[in-house]
Design a binder for this molecule. Structure first.
Ligand SMILES: [Zn+2]
Ligand SMILES: [Zn+2]
Length: 338
């Protein structure tokens, strides 16, 4: 049984006649989540989770045709039973479960098994065939517990407050920024860049509660943010926007911060290894729990990770896709330019 095939347009389900996260225009695109490399422009029709729709509308176009599902709701498409299950990656992110004649395939998109307190927690879905990402598929990637990480971020802010510094967090607009807001909720006034404000609005439209924040106009005088918490996207690192913030202490929030000396991050004062992807243990935990007979490895540490799976007795292969290892960065460029 082949319920999915890997084509030059994307992951295809021939029985259902639809694509999952395609990178070329198709008639029906089932979308795992709102990051730009997974949710692209030009599809005749989109199908995604209820929370992802406002993100697609903001990012792609207001007038796209978009059908939504809740987690667990089953839709029959040409005889294929399709349902979405929480992927825990960002708000609205979903694993796509397909069932046809008793055979089950799950395409997980991007996922993390840690509960970030904001995204619907990852759900383990048993299947015959599993498609996994491998962004952080090396043993060196080991995230702190979310509570520990949040406490470290809070202490950093409190220390900055004592030293009359402004705490400036640098994190992706879609996912990371909202997690930072949640992590520092209640310990200081939060200001976010308008690109983050725009996405926050998309979440609020579908009823997601976010901590209070303000959206200052960075083109104007922003002296009034002194001593507070400011969140800006990575595209603005080293930009004049950050230079305008009075007495700024900067911290980058990214899974890549686990690797010391990453050149691009050198200009920041602090780093927090906060990621929306599963770490090494998380990937293995999720994959083992699926009990899949075959695991297809996409974007990230594909070769090494797939080889390791085969070594521990899980049949695996590498699949070429056009998803980015740094998907959020793509999204970022799009958001900043408009
Ligand atoms: Zn993503
Ligand atoms: Zn991805």
């Amino acid at each position: 049984m082949k319920l999915i095939t890997f084509t030059n347009k994307g992951i295809y389900c021939p029985q259902g006649k639809f694509y999952i996260d395609p990178w070329r225009p198709v008639d029906l695109a089932v979308i795992t989540h709102g990051h730009a490399d997974h949710a692209r422009w030009g599809m005749k029709k989109y199908l995604c989770h209820h929370f992802t729709k406002p993100i697609l509308k903001k990012r792609i176009a207001e007038d796209i045709e978009c059908q939504t599902l809740q987690y667990g709701e089953v839709l029959n498409i040409n005889g294929v039973k399709l349902s979405l299950h929480p992927a825990g990656h960002i708000i609205g992110s979903a694993q796509i479960r397909l069932e046809y004649k008793g055979y089950v395939s799950v395409i997980s998109g991007d996922y993390k098994v840690q509960d970030d307190g904001l995204s619907t927690p990852f759900e383990l879905v048993k299947c015959n065939e599993f498609v996994t990402e491998s962004t952080f598929g090396l043993p060196i990637y080991n995230w702190l517990e979310v509570d520990d990480l949040n406490k470290r971020m809070q202490s950093w802010v409190l220390r900055n407050q004592e030293n009359q510094k402004t705490s400036v967090f640098i994190g992706y607009s879609l996912g990371k920024a909202q997690r930072v807001m949640k992590a520092v909720e209640g310990i200081g006034k939060i200001h976010v860049h308008y690109s983050i404000g725009k996405l926050n609005q998309a979440f609020e439209e579908v009823g997601i509660q976010l901590p209070d924040y303000e959206v200052p106009d960075f083109r104007e005088n922003i002296k009034h943010v002194a001593g507070d918490i400011v969140i800006v996207p990575p595209a603005l690192l080293d930009s004049n926007v950050i230079k305008k913030i009075p007495d700024a202490a900067t911290a980058i929030c990214s899974g890549w911060m686990q690797v010391r000396g990453a050149r691009r991050w050198r200009s920041a004062d602090a780093g927090f290894a906060m990621s929306d992807h599963a770490d090494w243990k998380g990937l293995l935990q999720a994959i083992k729990a699926t009990e899949a007979e075959i695991v297809h490895v996409t974007h990230g540490q594909t070769e090494v990770f797939s080889k390791y799976l085969n070594e521990i007795g899980i049949k695996s292969d590498v699949v070429e896709t056009l998803y980015g290892d740094d998907d959020e960065e793509e999204t970022e460029k799009e958001i900043i330019k408009d």
